[in-house]
Design a protein around this ligand. Structure first.
Ligand code: PMP
Length: 361
């Protein structure tokens, strides 16, 4: 047995409704509400659903892992070239590629102390260290990240907006950070939730990729605003030299036929993304205001989820679960007094608020 692998932690995702229902002894899963994985409760664009249907009979063929058509379309949309892009089986797979290419024993990855958990897991997978910089106010402190960099640092990961905190850093701070980043590090900006941000607050980091900056990589996904989490597709945008390295560790058929077709169609439906953004922003406002009335503090979020300070996160998680609502306890992120809730449709949000009301009584 491989002892290193035996000691790796298994990532625990927001659990499927069926599993939770079975454990709690419920016979049916009918009215369960899962607000645990920051999915898009509007679902995918109807254009994407239609594209999946149209492609269904083509699944007997292997996909083009190079995603030729999708790459061409996305490159045009982002004003990049196809050589700037690489697709993965979810952006999670691209984080694994980053570990494979840039990390190893004796090297480290720098990130914030409550950054998205997969970065730590991937560093551990490749036997590299993690230096976690403090996140005062639950927001990335970019100066602290730079201070944490050592000669052995190869990756500095900034999730913007961050999961699980929902907070984001702005353009000016990011520009200064990129200017000051030492040459031996690649900055990874994980923009999984970027489309949820109000347009006027959304930083433009693709500009650095376009300008040929070699130490900036942007990660995005079709799992969140595009509502395609179940198909697993995300992408990296970076200098062609960096993309070339990542492409060397990619398995030939990593992105499936249906995912590629759906993503291409989804790129044609900006209105769906706009509806998603509005739903998230309004949802956050409504839920935060209602919970404030109940005496629960929330962390202001620019994404489709937020942290709620509840005292005992584990207990509230269970109390909500008994009311058939699944959220995420945050103990694993060092935030035991919080739960993270995804905001959904107005009806779903109302049900969540009502459950909090019952618990608080
Ligand atoms: N980055 C962040 C910050 C995330 O929150 C997530 C999903 N929870 C991912 C990456 C991975 O998303 P996916 O693999 O579905 O593209």
């Amino acid at each position: 047995w491989n002892e290193w692998v035996e000691n790796l932690k298994v990532y625990e995702p927001g659990r499927p409704i069926t599993e939770v229902a079975r454990e709690l002894g419920f016979d049916d899963v009918e009215d369960f509400l899962k607000l645990a994985s920051n999915e898009n409760e509007l679902g995918p664009s109807p254009k994407a659903v239609e594209a999946i249907r149209n492609q269904a009979a083509g699944v007997y063929r292997y996909p083009d892992g190079g995603c030729f058509y999708l790459k061409r379309k996305l490159a045009a949309k982002l004003d990049l070239t196809p050589e700037h892009l690489l697709f993965g089986n979810g952006s999670n797979e691209l984080i694994v590629f980053l570990g494979h290419v840039f990390l190893g024993p004796g090297l480290n990855l720098v990130t914030g102390e409550c950054a998205f958990a997969v970065y730590r897991l991937v560093a551990a997978l490749y036997r590299a260290g993690v230096v976690a910089a403090p996140m005062p106010d639950l927001t990335y402190d970019l100066d602290a990240l730079l201070e944490a960099v050592t000669p052995d640092t190869r990756l500095v990961a900034v999730c913007n907006p961050n999961n699980p905190t929902g907070t984001a850093v702005g353009q000016e701070d990011l520009d200064r950070f990129i200017e000051r980043l030492p040459g031996h590090c690649l900055a990874v900006f994980d923009e999984a939730y970027i489309e949820m941000m109000p347009e006027d607050r959304r930083p433009d980091l693709m500009r650095y990729v376009r300008e040929g900056r070699e130490n900036v990589l942007v990660l995005r996904t079709f799992s969140k605003a595009y509502g395609l989490a179940g198909l697993r597709i995300g992408y990296a945008a970076a200098a062609p030299a960096v993309i070339g390295l990542l492409n060397r560790v990619r398995q030939p058929f990593n992105v499936n036929v249906l995912a590629q077709a759906a993503a291409e169609a989804a790129l044609d439906d900006d209105a769906h993304v706009e509806r998603t953004r509005t739903l998230a922003a309004e949802g956050c406002r409504t839920v935060a205001a209602a919970l404030a009335e109940l005496g629960c503090e929330t962390v202001p979020s620019v994404a489709n989820f937020m942290l709620v300070r509840v005292g005992d996160g584990g207990k509230v998680f269970e109390q909500l679960q008994r009311r058939r609502i699944i959220v995420r306890p945050m103990g694993a992120y060092g935030l035991p007094d919080y739960v993270r809730v995804t905001v959904g449709t107005p009806e779903q949000n109302e049900r969540l608020i009502e459950a909090f009301r019952e618990i608080s009584e």
